[in-house]
Design a protein around this ligand. Structure first.
Ligand code: CA
Length: 227
């Protein structure tokens, strides 16, 4: 398959966890610990890669309902999510994803603007963006869990990203590492690139309709820099 970017791309809407930071192993470990503490005996760290991209409070509501038959209020989910962000912070600093900076610089060389679109509200990561990726994600070019009611896999986060980028759908691309993130990008009608930085096989991304799939960030960055 010959890989091609659509003509006239002006903006890239870029996910954070598993794209800019190699943070998913820490997130999976934090979720596992959180749910084990809440009495969910079936919890396995691997499971949480499947929900990657969802808002944390949505994941909490879904799992407590499924495993404990328990309804939760938004207030309760927010409080539990706060515990999860604390557990995540204690994992230490998530490393930057190898190749992510090269990828951003390659996009810039092509004249493509960058906008962050994340389901996260993890302050410790969001605060690090200016330090780790200076100039790429100014505050007005970020969509976080706090900006939308319906998180991924709904199209809303990427539609909001499109607004912040100020471009038409055919002028934007999405860069994602999670199947639900790809679903969200495609639901927004956008050309969606999957970079499989975690344990989920490429087939899962094909199923969601990813337009291009790369096996890791380094190979994607190399491709972008050679366009
Ligand atoms: Ca992600």
């Amino acid at each position: 398959m010959e890989r091609k970017l659509p003509e006239g791309v002006k903006a890239a809407l870029i996910d954070m966890d598993g794209v800019l930071y190699d943070s998913m192993p820490f997130h999976a470990a934090s979720w596992h610990r959180l749910f084990t503490e809440l009495g969910v005996t079936t919890s396995r760290p691997e499971e949480y890669y499947l929900y990657e991209g969802m808002k944390g409070s949505d994941t909490i509501g879904m799992i407590l309902k499924r495993e404990l038959g328990r309804e939760t209020t938004q207030e309760e989910r927010d409080a539990i999510y706060h515990q999860k962000t604390e557990l995540f912070k204690h994992c230490g600093e998530a490393p930057m994803m190898t190749g992510a900076k090269d990828m951003l610089e390659g996009l810039r060389k092509l004249g493509i603007d960058t906008v962050l679109v994340t389901g996260s509200a993890q302050g410790s990561l969001l605060d690090g963006l200016d330090r780790d990726y200076p100039g790429f994600f100014p505050r007005h070019k970020r969509v976080t869990a706090l900006d939308v009611n319906n998180g991924k896999p709904h199209p809303d986060p990427y539609l909001k990203g499109l607004q912040k980028a100020g471009v038409k759908p055919e002028e934007a691309i999405v860069i994602e590492n999670a199947p639900l993130g790809v679903r969200s990008g495609k639901a927004a009608g956008l050309f969606t690139i999957a970079v499989t930085t975690g344990p989920i096989p490429a087939e899962a991304f094909e199923k969601e309709g990813a337009d291009l799939i790369f096996p890791n960030m380094t190979s994607f960055a190399e491709w972008i820099n050679n366009i």
